[in-house]
Design a protein around this ligand. Structure first.
Ligand code: GLU
Length: 289
């Protein structure tokens, strides 16, 4: 008899902008363990939509390090840059409902606008986009696009929030959280150089890949509020979330890709076994408050 309970599907979704380090290996280890404990599936997805920063050699190195660590994955690795049309299609659905708009502002213009405004709204990553292009007329938008002006696409967060209605989601450690659709303001949903952004492609892929449990660092928790917003707008189910603590160094600073000595490659080259590196990864994580 077929089970009606969907089995656990987790994923590890690195951006290939550097080598795998202890911090991201911890994320991978959690996702892999949760899938294997449940007899479910563990997927690997390469999030390379930021085509200027991502490198194929890092992708190869990350996959090699995962294999070396013994974190085997199910099915093929999904590389986001091979699927731009999937994201473009979903962007078109949002656009057809009037939920997005083109933004022609340069970074410098946005900074000037924020500096000039008395009470610029702030989000988790600093000041939010002040909405300069939100009220351009359709004719003006057309004129600028026809003139070849570079632009990204932003979600009109207030309209999107009204269209989605109130929503919530569950984080395993934190319980049920009320969705905050305005947390990131009118965030970029498609960058200037690609028909997508991290937020859109992660939402589309978690849906297309049938992910049921998203395990990732707590630094991404603010983004989850808008990923669930996008799920509501696009008619997707919401997975369960488990945001974990970040591994930090002795001074409390979180590990970054620049901490070269803590890459899996350097630990491997220093002669440690995969078991020892996995043990050290968990020990480093357990050292967290
Ligand atoms: N690609 C993201 C990163 O490397 C992770 C995104 C996610 O797990 O949703 O930080």
């Amino acid at each position: 008899m077929m089970s009606l309970v969907p089995s656990v599907v987790t994923r590890f979704a690195p951006s290939p902008t550097g080598l795998l380090h202890l911090g991201s290996a911890y994320s991978a280890l959690i996702a892999w363990t949760r899938a294997r404990e449940a007899g479910g599936r563990f997927l690997v997805r390469i999030e390379d939509t930021d085509i200027r920063r991502c490198r194929r050699e890092y992708e190869t190195a990350i996959l090699r390090d995962l294999k070396w660590l013994g974190l085997d994955w199910d099915g093929e690795v999904r590389r986001q840059s091979d699927h731009f049309s999937d994201y473009g299609h979903q962007l078109g659905r949002l656009s057809g409902r009037g939920l997005v708009y083109p933004c022609f502002c340069s970074r410098a213009e946005i900074e000037r606008e924020i500096a000039a405004s008395a009470a610029a709204p702030h989000g988790p990553d600093g000041p939010l986009y002040p909405g300069t292009c939100r009220n351009l007329t359709p004719a003006e938008r057309k004129r600028r696009i026809a003139a070849g002006r570079e632009h990204c696409i932003r979600l009109d967060a207030a309209r999107a929030a009204a269209a989605a209605g109130p929503y919530d989601f569950v984080d395993e450690g934190r319980g049920r959280l009320e969705g905050q659709p305005l947390l990131m303001g009118d965030f970029v949903i498609a960058r200037k150089d690609t028909p997508t952004s991290y937020h859109l492609s992660v939402t589309v892929d978690d849906h297309l890949q049938g992910v049921t449990l998203v395990t990732r660092g707590e630094d991404i928790l603010p983004s989850t509020h808008i990923h669930v917003l996008l799920q509501r707008l696009l008619g997707y189910a919401t997975p369960l979330y488990a945001h974990h603590g970040l591994i930090t160094d002795a001074t409390g600073r979180r590990l970054a890709k620049r901490d070269k000595d803590l890459t899996i490659r350097s630990l491997r080259e220093s002669g440690l076994s995969p078991e020892e590196v996995r043990r050290r990864t968990l020990a480093a994580a357990a050292g967290q408050a």
